[in-house]
Design a protein around this ligand. Structure first.
Ligand code: FAD
Length: 422
């Protein structure tokens, strides 16, 4: 018998397993896929490193700092400013939360005078000056509603284009508590990718486990409080079972979870292009309604993503009703315009359609869902139990591990309800 079985080897399952291992508890991770990492995965295509959907980690994520040594990831930070296209013109801006008045200055035509500036300063100031714990205590409403006092041009031309690439929707129905927390992270940390691709993160977690702790190609078909059965009928017994599968498969294993959250989808087109004059790694967003949510020359920040000297451009498009809003051709033309580049020699290296990228966090969104489900007798970890992010997945895995540890050290007592320590 293994003390703890974890179904799912994404970030949440791995964070749970590594914490248990560090505390001296043996654990076996059962992963359905052929590699760990779940939604964080990288491929090498024609010598280019392409992540399965453009994503970055943020160096300020507290759970990331707890889970791995950042220096082991060989991080390549992206520039902290952003570029916005509005009415066909490109505006290079400092980070929206790093300098409250800079975006208004740069986009003077969007500014609405002193009242607007004061409102923006209040918003940015409160996000930056307020401790995360206090941000979490604010009434949760849709981000779009929370921004009602800001100048409409600023919301339309900057906040929505920028944050739609983070929450993968642009109606801004997402929890304002989450968007505020993310804005704070962006202002206090750096967005970065590991030199070897985003999959370096789950690999760094898996390396912390003794060999044999992860069993790949092992889809879990059934879970009980003390037993897990694989699809091929193999059964394992344990003192505690953790379900760390994605939000859309977890309810099949744990019906008590109820209906799965709505998915947010994104398609990322990866283009290779001959380097052009003025090329840089600034994240560019589009306020002109092309359907492209953001585009970045990733090889400018992480040269190892390209091995033939060409620039590698990741261009992401939101989904509507499960489908990308624009095709590769439109994405290519839009991206070239966003980067002030000619697009005659751009080659499509890969296209990643990810219809199930993030669980929606429509407001009001509880930031913590219980680690343990008494009715099912199992623990549940994953981004859908905290926030839809790398931070949320890692924090959830760690939180579940701590709850399991309490249970194992006091097996005769009922599991205490979780109290957040962050
Ligand atoms: C395209 C994209 C862009 C993103 N961008 C960002 C970003 O920039 N910043 C950020 O912070 N976050 C981003 N995210 C979110 C972040 O990647 C996820 O929140 C996080 O990886 C979720 O981890 P998880 O462990 O909760 O779930 P998952 O990664 O889904 O892991 C679940 C695991 O369970 C396995 N599994 C499923 N069913 C079974 C079964 N029956 N038996 C055994 N195993 C099973 C799966 O194979 C998978 O490995 C992005 C996500 C995507 C997809």
């Amino acid at each position: 018998m293994v003390p703890v079985l974890v179904a799912g080897g994404g970030l949440a399952g791995l964070a749970c397993a590594t914490r248990l291992h560090r505390e001296g508890v043996a654990v076996l991770v059962l992963e359905a896929g052929d590699v760990v990492g779940g939604r964080v995965r990288s491929d090498v295509v024609d010598g280019f490193t392409v992540d399965r959907g453009f994503q970055v980690l943020n160096t300020a994520y507290p759970a990331l700092q707890r889970a791995v040594r950042l220096r082991d990831l060989d991080l390549r930070p992206l520039p902290s400013g952003i570029r916005v296209r509005r009415a066909g013109r490109l505006h290079d801006l400092p980070h929206p939360a790093s300098s409250p008045t800079a975006p208004l200055r740069a986009m003077a035509s969007s500014a609405t005078g002193l009242r607007g500036k004061a409102a923006l300063a209040r918003y940015a100031g409160s996000v930056l000056a307020t401790r995360p714990r206090r941000l979490k205590e604010r009434p949760d409403v849709p981000a779009g509603e929370a921004w009602a006092t800001l100048p409409s041009g600023l919301v339309r031309d900057l906040l929505v284009p920028f944050l739609s690439g983070v929450v993968l929707e642009d109606d801004m129905t997402t929890s304002r508590v989450f968007t505020d927390l993310m804005m704070r992270m962006f202002a206090t940390g750096r967005s970065a990718v590991p030199a070897a691709g985003m999959q370096a993160l789950p690999h760094a977690l898996a390396r912390q486990l003794p060999s044999g702790s992860v069993r790949l190609g092992s889809p879990v078909a059934e879970v009980r409080p003390d037993r897990v059965t694989l699809a091929d009928g193999t059964a394992f017994e344990a003192r505690a079972v953790v379900v760390a599968t994605d939000p859309w498969t977890a309810p099949a294993l744990v019906p008590a979870l109820g209906t799965a959250p709505a998915p947010r989808g994104v398609t990322t087109y990866w283009f290779a292009a001959r380097p052009w004059r003025g090329l840089d790694g600034t994240l560019a967003v589009d306020a002109d309604g092309s359907g492209v949510t953001n585009s970045v020359v990733l090889s400018a920040s992480a040269p190892s993503y390209s091995t033939d000297g060409r620039a590698l451009v990741a261009t992401s498009v939101l989904h509507t009703d499960g489908r990308a809003r624009t095709d590769a051709d439109t994405a290519r033309r839009t991206a070239a315009a966003l980067h002030r580049a000619p697009d005659d020699d751009w080659e499509l290296v890969a296209a990643h359609d990810v219809p199930f990228a993030l669980p929606a966090m429509t407001a009001p969104h509880p930031l913590r869902r219980p680690a343990y489900l008494p009715g099912a007798g199992v623990w549940v970890a994953g981004d859908h139990r905290d926030t839809s992010s790398i931070q949320g997945a890692l924090a959830s895995g760690d939180r579940v591990a701590r709850s399991v540890l309490r249970h194992l050290s006091a097996p005769s007592r009922p599991v205490a309800p979780h109290r957040s320590t962050r």
